[in-house]
Design a protein around this ligand. Structure first.
Ligand SMILES: [Cu+2]
Length: 223
């Protein structure tokens, strides 16, 4: 009697265990499938290094990550050493023809005033393509850019609708090939009180202190 009951219990226990194991296996398989479906299709990374250190008197560094999903581009920038307590313009720069944007070296300072200004970076980086603020797909230079805290740390994260972004790039710049590998990111802006030579050029209506490039990074695809 007792043995039979125990055996029955044991059988029931086995059945429940097998069912649970089966469910666990199904769940694991499901999760793995979901992960591979929802992960980024491509990932690009830029190592950000300082520019114009004589003017910025700072050592800006960090990384920018660009994750391309089916319908979104997710951008994450994290920096340290930026001029503190101020917003910093940041953009993806590039050429509209098939040409690789490169961060400039000191030879980009064509007028030899000691600073590589916004117009001088165009020779190696092309034009401003994508502003990394709160509405990048609008492509307007104006927007809410991230702010460096009192320690000079800056972090930015934005999900950009990819279809809208590509359409805007095509309409505004005639860009038909969207290739992040050919782009480079710049961070701009020194303290408003920073003395700059009058020859430092900027955009109309933008203080040269706000547009001076202070860091740059070239995008590389991550395998
Ligand atoms: Cu820029």
């Amino acid at each position: 009697m007792r043995i039979t009951r125990n055996r029955r219990r044991h059988k029931a226990f086995l059945a429940v265990t097998m069912a649970l194991l089966g469910m666990a296996a199904l769940l694991a398989a499901g999760c793995a499938a979901m992960r591979s479906d929802s992960g980024p299709k491509e990932v690009y990374r830029a190592e950000i290094k300082p520019l114009n250190q004589d003017q910025s008197r700072s050592n800006v560094g960090g990384t920018a990550l660009f994750e391309v999903y089916e319908s979104e581009l997710v951008v994450t920038v994290s920096l340290t050493g930026a001029p503190p307590n101020m917003t910093h313009m940041q953009h993806l720069h590039g050429f509209t023809q098939d040409e690789d944007a490169e961060c400039p070296d000191q030879s980009a300072d064509r007028n030899n005033d000691g600073a590589i200004d916004l117009l001088e970076i165009e020779a190696t980086m092309g034009r401003t393509l994508i502003p990394l603020h709160d509405q990048p797909a609008h492509l307007a230079i104006q927007g809410a850019y991230p702010r460096a805290d009192a320690n000079g740390s800056l972090s930015y994260s934005q999900r950009i609708p990819l279809g809208q972004l590509k359409n805007a790039l095509k309409a505004k710049h005639g860009l038909t090939e969207f290739d992040l590998e050919d782009m480079a990111i710049t961070i701009h802006g020194v303290d408003a009180a920073t003395p700059l030579p009058p020859s430092v050029k900027s955009l109309p209506g933008v203080r040269p202190q706000d547009s001076l490039p202070i860091a740059c990074g070239e995008l590389e695809e991550v395998d």
